[in-house]
Design a protein around this ligand. Structure first.
Ligand code: IPE
Ligand code: IPE
Ligand code: MG
Length: 246
């Protein structure tokens, strides 16, 4: 995909984003408000993931990227990390059928090799089993960091230059974009963050350059189809200019 294609706005007449990216935040606060352990918030959050996938399917959003675990999240208490990994495995098992039924392709974004072998194996298995589907793409960002992704692309470019396969004069935006984790996926049109935090937390730093941002105070475990629809409606009212004049 060239720079021009990545930047090409989804036609305003349709007003449906092609790609929605979500920072699923607020699970811990949802649990704390109820006097529950944080993991209960993560468990409830898994139901919101299912709701988001269905909302995308119904609205015609082709790509959904969910920030499930950042490279920084490895600094959390070991017990919480272990519980999240167990939950991830369970989520994949519980939802594999629905991916097949809807012909949704599962894709992984991040340093997946950092994940425990059993979780990684389960994810890779479903990734392969759904690889031929194209009705929708569910992209899970796992052990993902935007700076890490860009640094890894830079390292590959340096290696190719050293090996004489790439001329430094050819290192442009396309050259970098082609070396990111999923170069065939178009940039997000809409980025949703739940729980009210006004920050990117190292999410898709390159790809979000021209995404429309939508922040809601709703905590992720409470964020269901009506909330997703409201975000899509708000997107439909935005005017995207991409630096041009309207
Ligand atoms: C998001 O919820 C889930 C992950 C980062 C895995 P949090 O766990 O960050 O919840 P808060 O932000 O503490 O409420
Ligand atoms: C961002 O949420 C990461 C994910 C949703 C996976 P965090 O809760 O980790 O981010 P900060 O710490 O509030 O920036
Ligand atoms: Mg958080």
């Amino acid at each position: 995909m060239t720079v021009a294609e990545r930047r090409k706005p989804t036609p305003q007449a349709a007003a449906v984003p092609r790609h929605v990216a979500v920072i699923m935040d607020g699970n811990g606060r949802w649990a704390r408000q109820r006097g529950l352990p944080r993991i209960k918030g993560h468990e409830r959050g898994a139901d919101s993931v299912r709701a988001a996938v269905r909302a995308c399917r119904d609205a015609g959003v082709k790509y959904l990227t969910l920030y499930a675990f950042s490279v920084e999240n490895w600094s959390r208490p070991r017990a919480e990390i272990a519980a999240l990994m167990r939950l991830l495995r369970k989520f994949i098992r519980d939802n594999e059928n629905e991916l097949h039924e809807n012909r949704i392709r599962l894709r992984l974004l991040g340093r997946v090799g950092d994940l425990p072998a059993d979780v990684r194996g389960e994810l890779r298995r479903v990734e392969q089993a759904t690889a031929a589907y194209d009705a929708g793409h569910l992209i899970l960002a796992l052990s993902y960091g935007g700076r890490t992704e860009i640094a890894e692309a830079a390292r590959r470019i340096a290696q190719e230059v050293r090996d004489g396969k790439l001329d430094p004069a050819d290192v442009d935006e396309d050259a970098v974009a082609r070396r990111l984790y999923l170069p065939d996926v178009p940039d997000p049109d809409l980025m949703i963050r739940t729980s009210g935090e006004m920050r990117l937390s190292n999410f898709l730093l390159w790809q979000l350059s021209y995404a429309e941002l939508y922040v809601t105070a709703v905590l992720w475990p409470d964020f269901r189809e009506p909330h997703f629809k409201a975000a899509l409606e708000e997107y439909g009212r935005r005017q995207r200019r991409f630096g041009d004049v309207s």
